[in-house]
Design a binder for this molecule. Structure first.
Ligand SMILES: Cc1cc2nc3c(=O)[nH]c(=O)nc-3n(C[C@H](O)[C@H](O)[C@H](O)COP(=O)(O)OP(=O)(O)OC[C@H]3O[C@@H](n4cnc5c(N)ncnc54)[C@H](O)[C@@H]3O)c2cc1C
Ligand code: FES
Length: 285
C-alpha cells in the first residue's frame, strides 16, 4: 500500500554536487516529499521519463526544505540506477515516488538518541538529527566506514554542529576499527538513558542489535534489502520479523512495514551465509 502522503511525480534535479569518489548529493524539487517526509523514509526514483528500464531504486531522504519544496539524497554510485541519477544535469527529470515506508520513532523525553551510521547509511540521520534537535532532545552520531574516503559527509556534519564520533577500519580518521567499538564505550559511560538508531551494512546493524540486547536498550534499525516496487506488491524486499505476541517470525515487506524495525524483532540471517551472498553479488570485496 502506498503511504497516505506518497506522491508519484516527474520532477527536476535542481542541484548536484560530487563529494569525491562515488559519492554525490542530489537535490530534487518535489513538494510532498519536501513537506511531509520524516527521517527513515525513502523514495523510489529513476532518471529520465522513459518506462525502460522498469525498476526504480530506493534511497533514504537525507534532507528536506519545505520552503524551497526540495529534498536531497546522498547517493553512492554503485551501478546503473544510481549511476544514471548521478549523471543527471540540473533541469533534467526523474520519476520519483515518495515519501515511502516507516520513519524512525523519536526518542522519549530525556533519552539520548545514539545514531549509528555505516557508509551511505548516514543519509537518514541528517534529517533525524534535525527532528530530535527540534524537540529539544540530545543526540550523537557515530559515523563509520572502511577508510576516510567512505565518510565524505564528515566535515559538513561537523559544520552543521552534529556531535560526531568517527571510526574507520584503517584508522585514517577517528577511532581505528568498527564504529560499534566507540559506541560500546560510550554506552558504558553514558550519563543518561539512551536509545539506539542504526542504518548501514547488515553486520553493523546486527552488532548494534546485540549491544542493545546486552544493555537492555531499545534499538531501531533501518534494513536495506533489494527493493523492486517500494509499495508492497513485488515481495522482493521481505525480511523475517517476529512480534512479541508471535510464536515465530513472519516475512514482512521492508518497504511498507519498514525499512525501520525494532532491532529486537528482526530475525538476523546467518552472518557467514549473508557475507557469502554479498561477496557473490560483488557488494563486498
Ligand atoms: C530503504 C533503502 C534506502 C537506501 N538508501 C540509500 C542511500 O541513501 N544512499 C545510497 O547510496 N544507497 C541507498 N540504498 C541502496 C541503493 O538502493 C542501492 O545502492 C541501489 O539500489 C543500487 O542500484 P544500482 O542500479 O545503482 O546498482 P545495481 O546495478 O542494482 O547494483 C550494483 C551493486 O550494488 C549492490 N547492491 C544493490 N542494491 C544494494 C543494496 N540495497 N544493498 C547493498 N548492495 C546493493 C548489488 O549487489 C551490486 O553489487 C538504499 C536502499 C534501501 C533499501
Ligand atoms: S519492494 Fe516490492 S514489495 Fe517491497
Amino acid at each position: 500500500m502506498i503511504g497516505r502522503m506518497a506522491a508519484n511525480r516527474i520532477v527536476p534535479l535542481v542541484d548536484h554536487e560530487r563529494l569525491g569518489g562515488p559519492y554525490w548529493l542530489l537535490t530534487f524539487r518535489h513538494r510532498e516529499i519536501a513537506r511531509e517526509a520524516q527521517a527513515g523514509q525513502f523514495v523510489m526514483i529513476k532518471a529520465g521519463t522513459s518506462a525502460e528500464p522498469p525498476l526504480r531504486r530506493p534511497f533514504s531522504i537525507m534532507l528536506t526544505d519545505a520552503g524551497a519544496e526540495t529534498f536531497t539524497l546522498f547517493i553512492k554510485d554503485v551501478g546503473s540506477g544510481s549511476g544514471a541519477l548521478c549523471a543527471l544535469e540540473p533541469g533534467e527529470p526523474v520519476q520519483c515516488l515518495g515519501p515511502l515506508g516507516q520513519a524512525f520513532t523519536p526518542p522519549p523525553a530525556g533519552t539520548e538518541a545514539l545514531l549509528v551510521a555505516g557508509g551511505y547509511g548516514v543519509a537518514p540521520f541528517r534529517l533525524f538529527a534535525e527532528e530530535v534537535k527540534h524537540t529539544g532532545g540530545r543526540y550523537r552520531l557515530f559515523y563509520g566506514g572502511r577508510t576516510s574516503d567512505d565518510l565524505p559527509l564528515r566535515e559538513r556534519l561537523e559544520t552543521a554542529g552534529l556531535p560526531l564520533v568517527l571510526a574507520t577500519e584503517d584508522g585514517s580518521v577517528g577511532h581505528r576499527g568498527r564504529v560499534t567499538v566507540p559506541l560500546a564505550e560510550w554506552l558504558d559511560r553514558r550519563d543518561a538513558p539512551a536509545r539506539l538508531y542504526a542504518c548501514g551494512p547488515e553486520p553493523m546493524l546486527h552488532a548494534v542489535a546485540r549491544l542493545a540486547e546486552e544493555r537492555d536498550l531499545v534499538a531501531e534499525v533501518s534494513l536495506d534489502p533489494w527493493m523492486g516496487c517500494g509499495i508492497g506488491t513485488c515481495l522482493g524486499c521481505v525480511v523475517r520479523v517476529q512480534d512479541a505476541n508471535e510464536a515465530r517470525g513472519r516475512y514482512r515487506c521492508a518497504c511498507t512495514e519498514g525499512p525501520v524495525f525494532d532491532a529486537a524483532r528482526v530475525q538476523w540471517p546467518d552472518e557467514k551465509a549473508s557475507r557469502a551472498r554479498r561477496k557473490a553479488a560483488g557488494a563486498e570485496a
